[in-house]
Design a binder for this molecule. Structure first.
Ligand code: BDR
Ligand code: CA
Length: 329
């Protein structure tokens, strides 16, 4: 495990972003110094309200939330409210936090933080508009970033917005391309190949509610809509939770494995948002990314269930032994 690392979380909460925030906030390996919001699953102002709701739940309203981009760099904005609900939290109608409000603006916060603390790590869980905007302003700011991990893209798995494109890259393909073209440190890409293996099943939810009724009922409330969506469109029983796996990658690097490659992103036409991984070195271009391909599913759940919900032995091992890994498609 890493020692505690300072991290900015750039996100679009979002049901799975919210679960990732809970994991990051509760992990002793991470010190979340700020949350920056980008338009993605929901418009930016709704995402910011949701981040505050999670901070309130975790009793961490001391962490600032910054408002970022309201639209992608070039293309028009398409939310994912069909997947996450109009409120981004599965239409759970959790009351807004009034004690603390979001702050302007995300880009200035990232610039100021990297100027003062250049080794700060970045965990990007939404479209990459905020990050690309900072890179375009001054890419040197990122030269000393300790770890840059993103949830997005897809190496060999099909997309979730088109046959080839994952949502975060599809929503702002130009920003994703800027990030892969300009980021001066390696990009750890946690894409759909690995996140699709992380399915919150009804059985796991039952266990979570049993060991932690307060957080468990919150998770049940926000994931019901997500469960229904997954059954209706993908015939998955439960829901895929993408973003917590990227947070887990930052907490415990042993959970994921992959390979180094040069990667870029298509921005237009039928391939819009496709991550193109040059795994055969056709372009003889130095690697700019580490593409994650393998995940230790029980290790992820062990981390998630102990850190967020306080799972303990011997029940935890008993539960993990009953995990059914989704079939490869
Ligand atoms: C990604 O898109 C969003 O819907 C999720 O929050 C996740 O970051 C998965 O494609
Ligand atoms: Ca997200």
């Amino acid at each position: 495990m890493n020692a505690t690392r300072n991290v900015i979380i750039d996100c679009d909460p979002g049901i799975d972003d919210s679960l990732a925030l809970l994991l990051a906030l509760k992990s002793p390996a991470l010190n979340v110094i700020g949350i920056t919001i980008v338009c993605g699953n929901v418009p930016t102002h709704i995402g910011a309200e949701n981040a505050l709701k999670i901070l309130d739940l975790a009793d961490r309203l001391d962490i600032p939330v910054y408002l970022g981009a309201n639209r992608p760099l070039e293309v028009s904005y398409t939310s994912a409210q069909d997947t996450h609900g109009d409120d981004g939290l599965g239409n759970s109608q959790i009351p807004e936090v009034t004690a603390v409000r979001p702050i302007q603006d995300a880009v200035s916060f990232i610039v100021d933080t990297l100027t003062e603390a250049p080794t700060t790590s970045i965990l990007a869980l939404g479209p990459l508009t905020n990050i690309a905007t900072v890179l375009q302003r001054d890419l040197q700011l990122f030269e000393q970033v300790e770890q840059f991990t993103l949830m997005g893209g897809s190496y060999r798995s099909h997309g979730n917005c088109s046959p080839v494109a994952e949502y975060n890259f599809w929503c702002d393909p130009d920003a994703a391309k800027v990030v892969f073209d300009l980021m001066p440190v390696p990009i750890q890409m946690v894409g759909l190949d690995v996140t699709r293996k992380i399915v919150l099943t009804p059985s796991l939810l039952t266990y979570i509610k049993d060991i932690n009724p307060e957080l468990g009922s919150f998770v049940e409330k926000i994931t019901k809509f997500y469960f229904d969506f997954h059954w209706q469109y993908e015939r998955v029983i439960g829901c895929v939770i993408n973003d917590p796996l990227a947070a887990a990658a930052m907490i415990d690097p042993a959970i994921l494995a992959g390979f180094e490659s040069y990667t870029t992103v298509a921005t237009t036409g039928v391939a819009r948002g496709q991550s193109i991984v040059d795994d055969h070195d056709f372009w003889h271009t130095p690697a700019n990314s580490e593409i994650m391909t393998d995940v230790d599913v029980p290790a992820f759940w062990r981390l998630f269930l102990t850190t967020v919900f306080g799972a303990t032995e011997p029940d935890l091992t008993q539960v993990l032994n009953q995990l059914v890994t989704p079939c490869e498609k």
